[in-house]
Design a protein around this ligand. Structure first.
Ligand code: AMP
Ligand code: ZN
Length: 484
């Protein structure tokens, strides 16, 4: 099975070959924790979670190391802490916890490690020292700056030349900079702001250095995959490459000595505008998960190819809910079919290559979803006694159905959906008291029907309707769900 990924640096789709298949490494830039994440921020989390799940399937759970950092040093954090008169870690620990809980609600697996800037200051200072030692950075007036002229490949990721960048410069010109494009690695803190010791005076790191230093210290160089949203290509990831490459002793100026594959997701938009805090058009994950199951939101986020823009609407959420209701409905109707369990030897066969083909081809989630519907239809067909069968099909039906169910659940598992008990899905949102009441009413209805007391059975059904419960009668008895 061959995984192909669109690499931003190589500007084409390429075969993914990890440096070491026993230790596959991935890093995705995480949140700055000073307020709630919006649904646009959740897009990279869910997209790279699908990649994380796929890599774990291909290379083994223990073989994949996924780091998603927490930026807990930042001007906006300082402003919020000062406004509230508290220490920054009061703000950052609160919003990091909320962020993690919100992303868990979207079925995102915990990354293997979640490095924080405040816990990696030594690594950051060490990388800046290496850059100075290697002639790629200089200290001036309490600042340390990266000397962009010293790195010839600067601009390779974002496909810009240094001359173009200088011509269109909107960067800060400062007396301590040799070149307006030189960017900050370390700077003095303003009075009252948090500060850390360094050879250049007390201060704090710039934004870009945190990621390259945490990658080197926590994962080792080069990593296999580096990801994030499209807006991070320039300057953040361009600067990360410059730092990550130039900090290495005796480096060969090879961009790939930092990260071997670069992936970027497209923007989530609303009414054709990028969702962003600065535009003020944000929907918070924290609010959405109160209204919709996390799985619905996740499927909506995966409804477009990750590199394409995704237009976020209420209809998209309603549609995703209907799709999950249908797919869980199929699982519920065929609950009795035992899922086939492959032996280790059987797992990575050709059939599996075809099953995961859409995802192996640059994470094509819309096409993977279509495959899931095909499998659901197959399952209905193979296990429906009313469907006319050829003699052959009748003979293979039981094992074929359990194989299809296995494939359905495997593909759904890599997408991170459809893993809960279908009955629990339909009862989602009902508390224990309501569940107990509904079960009791269904039992009473069953008795009334057995006694052919139709008036009583109808009365009970009306009572269930009043509780917003929809009853689904099936061959294995009645099941129920809360109406949307
Ligand atoms: P930020 O907190 O702005 O640094 O964003 C955290 C992550 O979310 C980064 O990977 C961004 O690229 C990504 N991101 C921010 N806004 C959007 C959006 N509207 N659509 C998709 N990704 C986004
Ligand atoms: Zn980063």
């Amino acid at each position: 099975m061959k995984l192909r990924l669109s690499d931003t640096l190589k500007r084409q789709k390429v075969d993914f070959v990890p440096k070491n298949p026993q230790r596959v490494t991935m890093y995705v830039c995480g949140p700055t924790v000073y307020n709630y994440a919006h649904i646009g921020n959740a897009r990279p989390v869910v997209v790279f979670d699908v990649l994380f799940r796929l890599l774990r399937h291909l290379y083994g759970e223990e073989a994949v190391i996924y780091a998603r950092n927490i930026t807990d040093v930042d001007d906006k954090i300082n402003q919020k802490a000062m406004a509230e008169g508290v220490d920054i870690n009061v703000i950052t620990s609160k919003f990091a916890d909320i962020y993690n809980a919100d992303m868990r609600a979207l079925n995102a697996l915990e990354p293997t490690i979640q490095p924080r800037v405040t816990q990696n200051m030594n690594a950051i200072v060490a990388q800046i020292e290496a850059l100075i030692r290697n002639g790629h950075a200089y200290a001036a007036e309490g600042h340390v700056l990266f000397d962009v002229e010293s790195y010839k490949a600067y601009g390779a990721l974002s496909n810009r030349s240094l001359d173009d960048m200088i011509a269109g410069a909107r960067v800060e010109v400062a007396p301590y900079k040799k070149n307006p494009q030189d960017f900050v690695l370390w700077k003095p803190s303003k009075p009252g702001e948090p500060k850390w010791p360094s050879p250049w005076g007390e201060g704090r790191p710039g934004w870009h250095i945190e990621c390259s230093a945490m990658i080197e210290a926590n994962l080792g160089l080069p990593i296999d995959i580096h990801g994030g949203g499209h807006d991070l290509i320039f300057p953040h990831h361009e600067n990360e490459i410059a730092q990550g490459v130039c900090a290495q002793h005796g480096h060969s100026h090879q961009e790939e000595s930092y990260a071997r594959y670069w992936m970027h997701n497209g923007f989530l938009t609303m009414d054709a505008e990028k969702m962003s805090k600065s535009l003020g058009n944000v929907l918070l994950v924290h609010d959405l998960i109160k209204e919709f199951p996390g799985e619905v939101i996740r499927l909506a986020l995966l409804s477009a190819h990750y590199r394409a823009p995704l237009n976020w609407t209420r209809e998209l959420l309603e549609q995703s809910r209907k799709e999950l209701d249908y797919l869980y409905g199929v699982l519920l109707r065929h609950k009795a079919i035992e899922t086939w369990v492959p032996s280790e030897r059987q797992a990575c066969n050709e059939r599996e290559g075809a099953l995961l083909g859409a995802l192996l081809d640059d994470l094509n989630t819309p096409s993977a979803k279509a495959k899931l519907f095909d499998l659901a239809n197959n399952l209905e067909h193979l296990s429906n006694p009313n469907v006319e069968r050829t003699e052959d099909a009748a003979e293979v039906a039981p094992t074929a159905a359990s194989l299809v169910k296995h494939e359905f659940l495997l593909l759904a598992g890599v997408l991170g959906i459809l893993q809960q008990d279908p009955e629990a899905w339909f009862k989602g949102g009902a508390d224990d008291d309501l569940s107990a009441k509904v079960e009791a009413l269904l039992e009473a209805r069953k008795t009334a029907r057995a006694e052919k007391n139709w008036a009583e059975a109808d009365r009970i059904r009306n009572e269930l309707t009043a509780l917003n419960v929809e009853v689904m009668d099936g061959p294995a008895g009645a099941t129920w769900k809360l109406k949307a």
